[in-house]
Write a protein that binds this ligand. Structure first.
Ligand code: SF4
Length: 394
């Protein structure tokens, strides 16, 4: 198990290194680059790997060199915390232990295991990629960077992470943790997400990459970025490379990388309606292009009316428009507040009674289902729909 990191001061502190070793002026990018000599890189590698050997977390995907498992972990970890991913990773690997099992699974079952992780496109893309691997690579995960990169949902970073960790291919990485770490180590003060920032930081990553054991090196970089070189209040005094870091020497941890503008949040109001037909409720599969595409949900739409009877009229009209069913709106069940990207959503959840079917669906259309409450457990629901479904249980 990883040793618990010491409690550290939460503010940058130049006193951590002897004054004689501190630079008096913050170096320019060019000066910082000149300073990265061969000896600097060797020192950096040695210090980083020694630190990683002691502090690395014992994460389930680190116990394997199976490219499939590493791929699953990398996709799950995109935009998602390690602690959240751990149980999902275990359940996913247990249900789909290899590429073929994933390729043969129904999309619905893949999404059910992904439910709650968000960004469901990741799961759909993985499923598609598994089918391509099964068909075009006989079920063997490709070893070549270029072949991996061509798979749906796999970009430059993910391809490099997989081939370096699984096959020890020297491929440089750049993701959120390493972008921040590299910006600080290279004294890069501009936007790390813009085209110039990406170019400079990818170049830095390539420069730093060792010829051997790239997988361990890449994991060590990400671990340092995640555990020590955090976005706010990095723990520089515990950082194994602080004597090599111009940002620490300049006391500029708060301004590198350049702070991003916070997205403007927009408040929206929506309704979700549980339409009852005797003991069954209506669910609708969310279409491509909608939020949570491929997941099931109760009929849901924007709501503008504020008072009765206007609310009931709007609910009835929108249910009919969305699913072709005439329903009589009833009571408010609950209100759920949640955020999606830049939207702060207030979701009013209503009950309604089925009256009649206004619009017949074409043959083969499987976008609507009437389910008993216990059947809801078997389908992938949006997070808010899952919350609402729990309130319906006796
Ligand atoms: S010294 Fe501080 S800013 Fe520099 S790499 Fe280490 S944690 Fe990051």
């Amino acid at each position: 198990m990883a040793r618990v990191l010491k409690d550290v001061k939460r503010t940058p502190n130049r006193r951590a290194i002897p004054r004689s070793k501190q630079s008096t002026a913050f170096p320019s990018l060019a000066a910082a680059k000149r300073g990265r000599t061969k000896a600097w890189k060797q020192d950096f590698h040695r210090r980083l790997l020694a630190w990683y050997a002691v502090h690395r977390r014992d994460l389930p995907w680190r116990a394997t060199s199976d490219p499939y498992a590493i791929w699953v972990s990398e996709i799950m970890l995109q935009q998602t915390q390690v602690a959240t991913v751990i149980p999902y990773f275990a359940r996913f690997l247990s249900a789909f232990p290899d590429v073929r099992a994933l390729a043969e699974a129904r999309e619905q079952d893949v999404l059910r295991l992904w439910e709650g992780l968000g960004y469901y496109r990741r799961a759909r893309q993985m499923h598609k990629a598994a089918r391509i691997i099964a068909e075009e690579h006989q079920g063997n995960f490709p070893r070549e960077f270029d072949h991996v990169r061509k798979l749906p949902g796999i970009g430059r970073y993910t391809a490099a992470a997989i081939v370096s960790i699984a096959f020890d291919t020297p491929a440089a990485i750049l993701e959120a943790n390493t972008a921040r770490l590299f910006a600080r180590l290279s004294a890069f003060r501009d936007d790390t997400a813009g085209p110039e920032g990406r170019r400079v930081l990818w170049q830095f990553a390539e420069e730093l990459l060792p010829d051997r054991d790239a997988g361990t090196f890449n994991q060590a970089l990400m671990e340092l970025g995640s555990l020590v070189c955090s976005p706010r209040a990095p723990q520089c005094e515990d950082c194994p490379v602080h004597m090599l870091c111009p940002t620490f020497q300049g006391g500029l941890q708060e301004s590198i990388p350049a702070p991003k503008a916070k997205p403007q949040m927009e408040a929206v109001r929506e309704a979700s309606v549980v339409v009852w037909r005797r003991s069954k409720v209506l669910v609708r599969k969310r279409e491509a292009g909608e939020r949570w595409a491929g997941m099931w949900d109760f009929p849901r739409f924007p709501l503008t009316a504020r008072r009765q009877p206007a609310v009931d009229l709007e609910l009835a009209a929108k249910i009919e428009e969305l699913v072709g069913i005439v329903a009589e709106p009833g009571d408010l069940i609950t209100t759920i507040k949640h955020g999606v990207t830049r939207f702060r959503i207030t979701l009013e959840c209503y009950a309604a009674q089925y009256v009649s079917t206004k619009r017949r669906r074409p043959r083969g259309d499987e976008s609507l289902m009437w389910l008993d409450l216990d059947q809801l457990a078997e389908v992938p629901l949006s997070t808010s729909a899952r919350k609402l479904s729990r309130l319906l249980l006796p």
